[in-house]
Design a protein around this ligand. Structure first.
Ligand code: PLP
Length: 392
């Protein structure tokens, strides 16, 4: 391996949420943090070099997005996902969640129904509820360790005058990479009833072996023209703190409504270091990403083998994408408060409690394994010790 993902990087004291907010979130610093979705790996060297190079010119004033910035996005999306997009389709946002909220503002009115598919990334709930829209849930189905979409329920909810669907593709936290067939079905249902699709594809570069991500908008012109796709280098290259995300739509109408909100709030400029990092990562970060995916894949296998072999009452939902593992802890027969106590106080690991992801998350935990394997092992050993003393 050219890049060293085994290296332990001390993040404490850098004001990073994952480490430095433990006391506030878990009421103790004494947990291995496996919650917030960023990675404990150094970013690709090309990103650091781009930031340093730009920093050396010592004026950081208002800046345009360069031709090479747009080209790097177009090339990346084509190369990784075989999707042809045009420069005119591209807009921006500091974050993907801010793009979701701006989309809610741009395409719906107070009281409108917006569909999500729980258990799902919980800030979607805030984007909907705080804007005074109605959250409608099309809960995912779980059968034999695999999640799927309840299409009958989705159709009912789309027919019941929904205005928007916030799709999480690939899905956090359940780890599904939706197939082209599934996405086509969703897309066609939405087109038929004129429902706008906001497709959060922030995890689309972190696809594990034998899976293929399809941008929902790449399936047909009709679907593309009803969709706003949100991507970012933030998860992929561990640069969430640079607040740089990309919004894509072939629809002039959708994009101009979105841009109207973006311009009104006046946050379309982006930030210089984020723009340079995006360009560097998308142009020169692919080799690093391939090795990262291999490393994450091996971490997933490691966790799966360890837990299945030693803690059979916890079931690992095998992720098809992301570095987040969804643990089915329902056989432990604990309430969610007891589950939190078990992991935080007895095992001393800091995971996300499943019920924060909405209906269907009760009795689950989400574990972020984007850290050196030695840390993963240490966390698993801690969980096993607590498990043995309580359940065996
Ligand atoms: C599905 C999903 N969307 C969005 C985000 C966050 O995006 P941002 O920080 O760009 O708002 C995350 C972070 O974990 C995520 O998992």
């Amino acid at each position: 391996m050219k890049f060293n993902f085994d290296k332990i990087v001390d993040r404490e004291g850098t004001n990073c949420i994952k480490y430095d907010l433990r006391e506030q979130f878990f009421v103790t610093n004494d947990v291995i943090p496996m919650w917030v979705a960023d990675m404990d790996f150094d970013v690709p060297p090309c990103v650091t070099e781009a930031i340093i190079k730009r920093a050396q010119h010592k004026i950081y004033g208002y800046t345009l997005k360069s031709e090479s910035y747009f080209q790097s996005i177009i090339n990346w999306v084509k190369k990784r996902h075989n999707w042809d997009i045009k420069k005119e389709w591209i807009s921006s946002s500091p974050g993907v969640v801010s793009a979701v909220t701006m989309s809610v503002m741009a395409f719906t009115n107070p009281g409108d129904k917006i569909i999500v598919q729980t258990p799902v990334y919980f800030p979607f709930f805030t984007s909907i509820k705080n804007m005074g829209r109605e959250l409608v849930n099309n809960q995912l189905l779980l059968k034999d360790g695999k999640y799927s979409i309840d299409f009958d329920d989705l159709e009912k909810k789309i027919n019941d005058n929904a205005k928007m669907l916030i799709l999480c593709s690939p899905h956090n936290p359940v780890g599904r990479v939706w197939t082209k067939q599934e996405l086509q079905k969703i897309g066609e249902m939405c087109v038929k009833k004129n429902v706008v699709i906001i497709s959060d594809e922030i995890h689309s570069d972190l696809i594990l072996k034998n899976n293929k991500h399809t941008p929902v908008a790449s399936i047909s012109k009709q679907i593309s023209d009803r969709t706003l796709t949100l991507i970012a280098p933030s998860k992929t290259f561990n640069i969430a703190g640079l607040s740089t995300s990309v919004v894509i739509s072939s629809s002039n109408d959708l994009l101009s409504k979105y841009n109207n909100i973006l311009d009104t709030i006046h946050i379309g400029f982006g930030n210089i270091f984020g723009l340079e990092s995006l360009k560097a990562a998308y142009s020169s970060g692919e080799e690093w990403l391939e090795q990262l995916i291999d490393y994450v894949q091996n971490n997933v296998k490691f966790v799966y083998d360890f837990i299945s072999g030693k803690m059979p009452r916890i079931k690992v939902i095998k992720p098809e994408a992301t570095y987040l593992i969804w643990l089915d802890c329902r056989d432990l027969n604990l309430t969610d408060d007891e589950l939190t106590n078990f992991f935080v106080k007895e095992a001393k690991v800091g995971l996300n409690l499943g019920n924060t992801f909405g209906k269907g998350g009760e009795g689950f935990m989400r574990m972020n394994i984007a850290c050196p394997r030695s840390i993963v092992l240490k966390a698993l050993e801690r969980i096993k010790t607590a498990y043995v003393s309580r359940f065996e």
